[in-house]
Ligand binder design. Structure first.
Ligand code: MSP
Length: 507
């Protein structure tokens, strides 16, 4: 059997409403991580999808006068899949929890746990937030009015007979798994939150609901449906059929609000089933609006297409990972988006590409001369590769991108300092000056080749254009990050000027 793929997941998104940039944020991060690992030559499997059961979806469908399945189909096709296209996501699979492959395996999974005595019948009375689809502990509610701390909306009191999963039995085994690194929780703040929570003791949790029927039927008790979270978490496993080619997942990317589900309940379910645990759960921060989590309920959600229509998908991807620290909260603003676009993508990266390609056209008739590589530039390239690799391994996208952009700046500075347009004036009469010009053109073109490889995971459209305009041999997809500082453009390739990679913004 072939080697295990590097397996990356995003949360599966509720289809009660259309996506906003908070949802797209995690997907962009997963996509850049995926493309980076592919650029290393690894086989990668990137999964995203939609969470379609439960009361929240049922109510949205009712309000729209559709059946829940009609509503889900409609939202997936008109809103969620188009979002992936808008942000240029290269996911390998898209799972929907209403798909047969998921439903069958969820039922098999829970039937097995039921047979093993991991599940018992009980009753639940207490608060429930439908927006979170979560049973709440009275102590965590906001007062007055028993409001959900995430949605700031009144919770509902429910009393129903349910099936329970013996989560409490897994406290010590979870603590052992965190301590040994069998499952890693990052960043540090997320890990601490999970440790404190589990050390405080675990309650058994309800794994079914019995007061509505939009869900997966409990196989041994058809009057119940499986609680939506218990159904949804299994998507990571059902999508790959539990195949050893993929499982365990290498990275589950999740928002910090759904950390406990992923770092406590999910691994406990896997332990109960005797399955390997995911290697890493990484909790990203929230996009805030006016200091609060961006949300559709609060009418603060911005659709990703509103931004990609104006700036393009590359700049969108770049902005969110460059501007915000991945594990922390942050805010979007049109001003900072425009500033990053202009000062970094247009004036630095795009401008360097256009300067070099026009000079090779003007001074060398579009044929790249051979030349000696500048040592300072070569050294800066090595540093950029090492720092970018370390950044990606730590899921510090900001550090990784900053490392490459520092290199872009260095090369722009090199071109400005060596002033090839001045050298070119004397090159016709002076062979030494002509060789100097060759060195500058060759060094800059080779640096751009490296940038195309290093930025390809973030800026796939611009880098494909750049790669073609440099006349670089072979496919960009086959260029390896690890070798980028050891391989070089061959002399004699045809360099052509392209459209600007990042056209200047109109006012
Ligand atoms: N369906 C569940 C996840 C199940 S995974 C087995 C869910 N869906 S969600 O659509 O409400 O949220 C999906 C993800 O979007 C979560 O990781 C959540 O943190 C993220 N975000 C929603 N709003 C967000 C922001 N404003 N900012 C950043 N991420 C946010 O929860």
């Amino acid at each position: 059997m072939s080697e295990k793929a590097f397996y990356v997941t995003t949360p599966i998104y509720y289809v009660n409403d259309a996506p906003h940039i908070g949802h797209a944020y995690t997907t962009v991060a997963g996509d850049v991580l995926t493309r980076w690992h592919r650029q290393r030559g690894e086989r990668v499997h990137f999964l995203t999808g939609t969470d379609e059961h439960g009361q929240k979806i049922l109510r949205a469908a009712d309000a729209a006068g559709m059946t829940p399945q009609q509503w889900c189909d409609h939202m997936v096709e008109t809103a969620w899949k188009p979002m992936l296209t808008a942000i240029d996501a290269a996911n390998d699979d898209f799972i929907r929890t209403t798909q047969e492959r998921h439903v069958t395996r969820v039922q098999e999974f829970w039937a097995r746990l039921h047979d093993q005595g991991e599940v018992y019948e009980g009753s639940y009375t207490g608060p429930y937030c439908v927006a979170c689809e979560e049973f709440k502990v009275p102590g965590e509610l906001l007062q007055p009015g028993d409001r959900c701390p995430i949605h700031d909306r009144e919770v509902e009191m429910i009393a129903e007979s349910n099936w329970f999963f013996r989560l409490s039995a897994y406290q010590q085994r979870l603590l052992d798994a965190y301590a040994s690194g069998e499952i890693r929780i990052e960043p540090e703040s997320a890990r601490n939150e999970v440790l404190r929570f589990v050390e405080g003791g675990l309650q058994d949790i309800s794994m079914s609901r019995s007061t509505f029927d939009w869900g997966i039927t409990v196989p041994w008790d058809p009057s119940h449906v499986i609680y939506v979270w218990i159904d949804a978490l299994l998507n990571y496993w059902t999508a790959v059929e539990g195949s050893e080619q993929y499982w365990p997942a290498d990275v589950h990317l999740v928002g910090k609000d759904i950390l406990r589900f992923h770092a406590v309940i999910w691994p406990a379910m896997l332990l109960a089933a005797g399955l390997p645990l995911p290697r890493l759960v990484f909790a990203n921060g929230w996009l805030l609006v006016g200091g609060e989590k961006m949300s559709k309920t609060k009418l603060t959600g911005i659709p990703p297409q509103q931004i990609t229509d104006h700036f393009g998908s590359d700049a969108y991807r770049y902005y969110f990972l460059r501007e915000l620290a991945f594990g922390a909260d942050g805010s979007f603003s049109w001003e900072s988006m425009a500033a990053r676009y202009s000062s970094e993508l247009a004036d630095q990266f795009g401008n360097l590409a256009s300067r070099l390609t026009s000079m090779v056209g003007r001074y060398r008739e579009g044929v790249l001369p051979g030349g000696r590589l500048d040592e300072g530039v070569a050294k800066a390239m090595r540093t950029a590769v090492a720092e970018a690799e370390a950044g990606i391994d730590a899921l510090d996208f900001q550090a990784a991108i900053t490392a490459v952009m520092t290199f872009v700046r260095t090369v722009n500075g090199y071109v400005t300092d060596t002033a090839p347009w001045k050298v070119a004036k004397e090159a016709a009469q002076d062979a030494a000056r002509s060789a100097e010009l060759d060195d500058i053109l060759y060094t800059s073109a080779d640096a751009l080749r490296a940038m195309a490889v290093l930025l390809n995971p973030v800026l796939p459209k611009a880098c494909a254009t750049l790669w073609a305009s440099l006349g670089a041999p072979g496919a960009l997809a086959d260029a390896r990050v690890q070798q980028v500082a050891d391989e070089h453009l061959p002399a004699g390739v045809t360099v052509t000027k392209s459209e600007p990679l990042f056209p200047r913004l109109e006012a």
